[in-house]
Design a protein around this ligand. Structure first.
Ligand code: WTA
Length: 657
């Protein structure tokens, strides 16, 4: 990876914004000046200009108890009011909020701001009937349908906290997230369309909630609210399960949004860390919404009255929170929401959608771009993509080759590309070019946004200087920063703040380099977190799933570089002798791949399962994943001198071949 990046750092192509784009752009260079002159004042201005405050704030940042920050703490607002009612009150109720496209071609709905506001008000009343009040946790496990967005907003409207669980996660993953947050309600659907058929969701909820209430287990879930979408048969638990269509349309559409303090929790979103247990990243209201709204506006150059925005992320990820649910709606924009996969029923589906809805701004992930690249330009060329005027990338480093392809084939050689770096923890974009302002550079995420302070430092926290690599840190608190890890303040401090405690820097876990211009190039994670198709997976989490299988004695997982997905999961497993005798290695590998898919979700399914007799360990028993990565990537194995048994790598290499 790093030698590849060294080569990429010689990149000298530059793309200056066209005068026409710059003239009409939301952003201009004065943003940097304003922010540099008074960083906190700059954010206070954004918060006041972009949001409606029921009670204006007088405090901006309180950093008196680091790393626990508050922003705009004495102000009060309602997040859903900001995303809905205020647009209707401003006379924009007829503007389309959601251009929803189901996976089946004729499944399509246009929902205006007035309609979405109405639906969210009804649902907010239903939540009240189901006993949901401020501070309660609600799990949302849904396909990409308008009701999913309505669910998030209704939870926010009543001051409760949502925890969206990606619909591709297993019943087990759902259960652990429900338990960790102590969710009182689960909102789901019978199923959703995926790859040409209905993929069931409600059965996974049933399974997650089944057989509980035993010793030491407390069932927190009181109700399951179910949208009928897939039409698949579902089991029903009387008294617990409620059909959406039985209660929401009948409920009153009168619901006044109450103000809540700026630091009222808005959502928990679980993400993989370096241990087996996912972390519940906690975000609050005022600062989060300020930065989500601001970045969506300036980085995506959003003109709400004319743009058709499309962020392809699922609401199960943070990108779907900030740039599907909150950013675009707070800005009053029109956006596409698509239920299905990019290749159903044909590989040009996304481009067909761009043409059909006249998408102007597209925000997607490098892994998607690379898979389209592999299929060839003939597919997008069949569609009229001339409406696209700005392209965005998120989730992992975008290699210059994919960047150039994106620009040329999708962007018609004119659309600027913004490569945006951020994390579940940062809540919103942190590093990115500003379209219309920045001269862009293929492969580099470039510069911190106005009001954001970052650096690349060495292990001691010292600035590395241009031309050098190190660790990415955020040096000043920012409005949409995570406020903690749900139920685990120690882990919050330990994971992000201990490493550079002296300097008070936030440690992001990403390697980065500064080029000669001082632009940032991201190099991938420096910890045991993998990035597969832009999704974060923990090596430890997959290892614990593997050893949970009765055939497995021991397992080590690494992220191996992969042309399409960025990284792929490669697992090295030691099988128990009794199983080895009775099963073929191919059969075992197949079984284990499926097993991990069932335990965590299909995205975690290993690309390769290597059955080996031993794992490379140091004398203190630590698995040397670096060496396994060499094997998985087909490289010469690196330095083995710290291994307890230096011969083990040649045995493993031979077995893998
Ligand atoms: C990686 C997704 C390089 C990075 C928004 C980060 C990126 C992790 C980029 C967060 C980018 C995200 N260039 N790397 N433009 N964007 N990453 O929490 O390693 O799912 O730490 O948030 O993705 O992933 P998460």
């Amino acid at each position: 990876m790093s030698s590849q990046i060294d080569h990429l750092l010689n990149e000298d192509r530059r793309f200056a914004p066209s005068p026409e784009f710059a003239a009409a752009a939301v952003a201009d260079a004065s943003l940097y000046e304003r922010a540099a002159a008074d960083r906190e004042g700059f954010w206070a201005d954004q918060a006041r200009e972009l949001l409606h405050w029921h009670t204006p704030f007088t405090e901006v940042l309180d950093w008196s108890n680091p790393p626990f920050a508050t922003w705009f703490a004495d102000g009060e607002l309602n997040v859903a009011y900001n995303c809905l009612d205020r647009h209707v009150e401003a006379g924009n109720g007829d503007r389309v909020a959601l251009l929803w496209q189901g996976e089946p071609a004729d499944d399509q709905r246009e929902i205006t701001y007035a309609e979405l506001t109405d639906e969210v008000k009804r649902l907010a009343n239903v939540l009240g009937d189901l006993g949901i009040t401020r501070g309660d946790r609600v799990a949302i496990y849904m396909p990409m349908i308008p009701e999913a967005i309505a669910a998030m907003l209704a939870v926010a409207r009543v001051g409760a906290i949502h925890s969206v669980v990606f619909g591709g996660f297993s019943a087990d993953s759902l259960r652990s997230r429900i338990d960790d947050a102590g969710a009182k309600l689960v909102i789901t659907a019978d199923g959703g369309w995926r790859k040409g058929k209905v993929s069931p969701l409600k059965p996974a909820v049933d399974q997650a909630l089944a057989g509980r209430g035993g010793a030491g287990e407390q069932e927190t879930v009181e109700h399951v609210l179910v949208v009928r979408r897939g039409g698949n048969a579902v089991e029903w638990t009387e008294g617990r399960d409620v059909w959406w269509h039985d209660v929401v349309p009948q409920s009153s559409a009168d619901h006044e949004a109450q103000p809540f303090p700026a630091e009222n929790p808005l959502f928990i979103l679980y993400t993989s860390g370096t241990t087996g247990k996912p972390k519940g990243i906690l975000h609050t209201s005022g600062g989060y919404l300020t930065q989500a709204t601001f970045t969506n506006k300036v980085v995506h150059d959003l003109h709400p009255e004319s743009d058709v925005f499309w962020c392809t992320a699922d609401i199960g990820w943070v990108t779907g929170h900030s740039y599907v649910a909150y950013g675009p709606l707070s800005n009053g924009a029109t956006q596409v929401l698509y239920e299905g996969t990019p290749d159903t029923p044909h590989p040009g589906r996304w481009w067909e959608i761009v043409e059909k809805f006249g998408v102007t701004v597209l925000y997607t992930a490098p892994t998607a771009i690379r898979s389209f690249m592999k299929l060839g330009r003939a597919i997008p060329k069949k569609f009229d993509l001339s409406s696209l005027r700005l392209l965005g990338s998120v989730g992992e480093p975008i290699n210059p080759e994919a960047w150039m392809w994106y620009r040329k084939i999708i962007g018609g050689k004119t659309a600027p590309i913004v490569d945006t770096w951020w994390q579940t923890e940062t809540g919103a974009i942190m590093v990115s070019a500003l379209p219309g302002v920045t001269e862009t550079k293929p492969g580099s995420a470039q510069v911190p946004l106005p009001g954001i302070a970052i650096d690349v430092v060495d292990e001691d926290g010292a600035h590395v200087g241009n031309g050098n690599g190190g660790l990415l840190v955020v040096t000043q608190p920012w409005p949409s920063m995570l406020r903690g890890i749900w139920g685990d303040p120690e882990r919050f401090v330990e994971t992000y703040w201990e490493k550079f405690q002296k300097q008070g820097f936030y440690f992001a876990g990403d390697g980065a380099r500064l080029d000669d211009d001082g632009d940032v190039w991201f190099l991938g994670r420096v910890d045991d977190v993998m990035n597969v198709s832009g999704h974060r997976l923990s090596t430890t989490e997959i290892e614990s799933a593997l050893v949970g299988n009765e055939a497995v004695a021991e397992a080590a997982v690494v992220g191996a570089s992969d042309e399409t997905t960025g990284q792929a999961v490669a697992a090295f497993v030691i099988i128990k002798q009794s199983y080895l005798a009775a099963h073929s290695p191919e059969g075992l590998a197949q079984t284990l791949r499926a097993w991990v898919g069932d335990q965590i979700g299909p995205i975690a399914r290993p690309r390769d399962v290597y059955i080996v007799e031993e794992l490379p360990k140091t004398r203190s028993g630590k698995i040397m994943r670096r060496l396994l990565r060499d094997v998985a990537e087909g490289r010469e194995v690196g330095d083995t001198t710290t291994l307890a048994d230096t011969a083990v790598m040649s045995v493993i290499s031979a077995q893998v071949k």
